[in-house]
Ligand binder design. Structure first.
Ligand SMILES: *[C@@H]1O[C@H](CO)[C@@H](O)[C@H](O)[C@H]1NC(C)=O
Ligand SMILES: *[C@@H]1O[C@H](CO)[C@@H](O)[C@H](O)[C@H]1NC(C)=O
Ligand SMILES: *[C@@H]1O[C@H](CO)[C@@H](O)[C@H](O)[C@H]1NC(C)=O
Ligand SMILES: *[C@@H]1O[C@H](CO)[C@@H](O)[C@H](O)[C@H]1NC(C)=O
Ligand SMILES: *[C@@H]1O[C@H](CO)[C@@H](O)[C@H](O)[C@H]1NC(C)=O
Ligand SMILES: *[C@@H]1O[C@H](CO)[C@@H](O)[C@H](O)[C@H]1NC(C)=O
Ligand SMILES: [Cu+2]
Length: 636
């Protein structure tokens, strides 16, 4: 299915790379990396049950897209599934290319069953690990894969010791339920839907079994003394994970395709949407070591959900070819080529060593892990300076609330009159009926009422008061909220500072907030309520990490800055699928700047339009239609 097409003679454009070119190796020419993604359904057998899953090219995880920085990518999506599909290239900046961002009803009409669509984009100025996933609620549980971006000057230009081997490690969750139904139910007050297992690279591992027969687990074969670059991705819908390998330590070198100052730790904490690149040296006594991924969850009084751990194995000089040739994915066979080779039989009777895992509720470990990330200062990998002048300050509360099913007034204590939603500044996001990017670009008035995302919550309260977690009188007062299609407009080049504040209404979850089209400088994070007077002085303006997904700690806050310099319509949302389904999202519109280089070009010629009339030229649209209207809607 995968084709690698011609290398073109296009010169490298990034000037920083040009500069070093004279003193270093000759960079590879840029290429067009082309794949065909056939989205279809197939049965997979796990836990004694045939489950119908939607996958790309019959693989779970889907194909890895491997590019060299500066390459162009063309992905031909052929939708043979019964669902409307779109694919989002998570973390790819898509500069001046919002049309390829892949969010249904935000940047495009979905690709309908039996239809095709080609995504074209360039990967420029980014190195490391990103990933792709369906942006259709819940289907991303099985529609995802890694994007690996290598430096143009080759692996010797990594700002860390050159690894002997590189392996994607994708953490996921396995659902035995129909994922579209899970989405519908989550929007409708039914929350007893949980994943049946966790996975590493699509494998459930031996903590799960079918009638006593252990599920196959992911095995990383290593040779003593060699260094492995793990490209860790959390593709799970549901949870943040703790990842450990018994007897080994990680050196974190990058996150979200941005280099970080090397940081050594025995535990990785990774939330949905994040990536972490970490070096692991095979420096333990040869043997077998479990690699465990344990979902974390907020402690009581939060509602407790069944969240099972999974494990794979790091195995020294293994020769028994376990799992090879059996449903092998590209990823798996590659590991065997790179990691195999040892001729020794494994020692008999060797019991794998298990890591000591933290308590599932020890969520403060996530706070520690993320506090330790700082961006790398390296002459060959310059990070942009943190903008000092701020044009807009937003303070955004994240939480749950409820809306009446019909109209504005209802008896919320009565079963089923109100429905639970997730909110930003006390409004729950509703998708529009036509893609916002088209409306924005062609200046078409949208049929949907838009609400400007408020710059602060309507009411201040003790946001992280834990007594709001269980249903109660105090909590009930704060629960009523509303729904709208929330948009916020930014002038080209504005520097935006945002504080995300978690709230305790009905839950104390963390929230991995993902912004499309931009990276964010993470200036500070804290537990409890943000206090500007005290906390702004703690901002790291020297070497804050750059992230596309920032984790707002459980009952805490995060302060970020970003430069709105990518014109287009960008989704900003929590990467927990249930929070997204329930409306923890908004859309950021970055307006055009004054020049061609700062303006969004027209859509590609083959871009599918789903507005009322496909045959109108842009100018005709413009003449006929007013600007996007902003109107406030209350209730539903
Ligand atoms: C798929 O998208 C089309 C066009 O936007 C829409 O009319 C249809 O209802 C969608 N189907 C589903 C199952 O969501
Ligand atoms: C979609 O692509 C496939 C494979 O390239 C092709 O066979 C099919 O005709 C295309 N379908 C449409 C509707 O363009
Ligand atoms: C198989 O899985 C079930 C359910 O998780 C568990 O209770 C049982 O102990 C497992 N059996 C074996 C042999 O691992
Ligand atoms: C870094 O991590 C360590 C151990 O995980 C933790 O004790 C420490 O507090 C963290 N540093 C910061 C600044 O949070
Ligand atoms: C609201 O519903 C609850 C539970 O059914 C009931 O006890 C209460 O009287 C109702 N309140 C009003 C104002 O109808
Ligand atoms: C949230 O908005 C609703 C109106 O939709 C309002 O009644 C309520 O007081 C607001 N709650 C908070 C906590 O701001
Ligand atoms: Cu969330």
């Amino acid at each position: 299915m995968t084709t690698w097409s011609l290398r073109t003679a296009v010169p490298v454009v990034a000037t920083t790379i040009f500069f070093f070119l004279s003193t270093m190796a000759i960079p590879a020419a840029t290429a067009i990396v082309e794949h065909t993604f056939v989205v279809s359904q197939m049965n997979m057998m796990h836990l004694c049950k045939e489950t119908l899953v939607t996958v790309v090219n019959g693989q779970l995880p889907g194909p890895t897209i491997e590019v060299t920085e500066g390459d162009s990518v063309a992905i031909h999506v052929v939708n043979k599934s019964p669902y409307n599909i779109s694919i989002h290239w998570h973390g790819v900046k898509q500069r001046l290319n919002c049309w390829a961002d892949g969010v249904p009803l935000v940047t495009q009409c979905p690709i309908l069953p039996k239809q095709n669509f080609t995504y074209r984009f360039n990967v420029v100025g980014q190195e490391g690990t990103l990933w792709w996933h369906a942006h259709v609620p819940c289907l991303r549980a099985t529609l995802h894969g890694a994007i690996v971006i290598r430096p143009r000057l080759g692996a010797s230009s990594y700002p860390f010791p050159k690894p002997d081997s590189e392996v994607p490690v994708i953490i996921g969750d396995w659902w035995e339920m129909d994922l579209e139904e899970v989405d519908r139910k989550m929007k409708d007050n039914f929350f007893d839907y949980f994943p049946s297992a966790s996975t590493i690279n699509g494998k459930l591992g031996d903590l799960f079994n079918c009638s006593g027969v252990a599920e196959e687990g992911y095995v990383l074969d290593v040779e003593p003394g060699k260094t492995y670059l793990l490209r860790i991705i959390n593709a799970a819908l549901f949870s943040e994970y703790f990842l450990k390998i018994a007897g080994h330590r990680f050196t974190v070198v990058a996150s979200d395709a941005n280099y970080v100052s090397p940081y050594t730790t025995d535990i990785i904490v990774i939330a949905p949407g994040e990536t972490v690149d970490a070096l692991v040296v095979a420096d333990a006594p040869p043997g077998k070591y479990y690699m465990v991924a344990l979902p974390n969850q907020a402690p009581l009084p939060d509602t407790q959900t069944p969240e099972p751990a999974t494990r794979g194995m790091v195995q020294y000089n293994n020769n028994n070819n376990r799992g090879a040739g059996n449903g092998a994915t590209a990823l798996r066979s590659r590991n065997h080529i790179e990691g195999g080779g040892g001729g020794d039989p494994s020692p008999t009777g060797d019991v794998p060593v298990a890591p000591v895992m933290p308590d599932q509720h020890d969520v403060v470990l996530s706070f520690y892990f993320h506090s330790n990330l700082t961006s790398l200062r390296h002459p060959r990998h310059p990070t942009p300076p943190v903008p000092i002048r701020v044009d807009e300050h937003l303070f955004i509360t994240l939480g749950l609330g409820s809306v009446c099913r019909r109209g504005q007034y209802c008896n919320r204590t009565k079963e089923n009159e109100a429905v639970l939603v997730a909110t930003m500044n006390n409004v729950s996001f509703q998708l529009p009926t036509t893609p916002l990017l088209e409306s924005h670009y062609y200046h078409i008035g949208v049929q949907d009422a838009l609400l400007e995302l408020p710059g602060k919550p309507p009411r201040a309260f003790d946001f992280t008061d834990q007594s709001l977690i269980p249903i109660g009188t105090k909590e009930k007062l704060l629960e009523p909220t509303s729904r709208a299609t929330m948009v916020r407009w930014f002038r080209y080049g504005s520097v935006v500072e945002m504080v995300f504040q978690g709230t305790a209404i009905l839950q104390g979850d963390s929230n991995p907030m993902h912004l499309h089209g931009h990276d964010m400088f993470v200036l500070a994070q804290g537990l409890g309520n943000f206090n500007a007077a005290k906390d702004m002085s703690r901002y790291n303006l020297v070497n804050p990490p750059l992230k596309n997904t920032v984790v707002v700690p459980n009952l805490g806050w995060v302060a970020i800055r970003f430069v709105a310099n990518n014109p287009g319509v960008w989704f900003m949302h929590c990467h927990y699928e249930f929070h997204l389904s329930m409306g923890m999202a908004a859309v950021f519109v970055v307006e055009d700047g004054p020049t061609m280089e700062t303006s969004l070009p027209p859509p590609p010629l083959d871009f599918p339009s789903c507005s009322h009339d496909n045959n109108l030229a842009p100018d005709e649209f413009y003449l006929q239609t007013p600007e996007i209207k902003v109107s406030r809607i209350d209730g539903v």
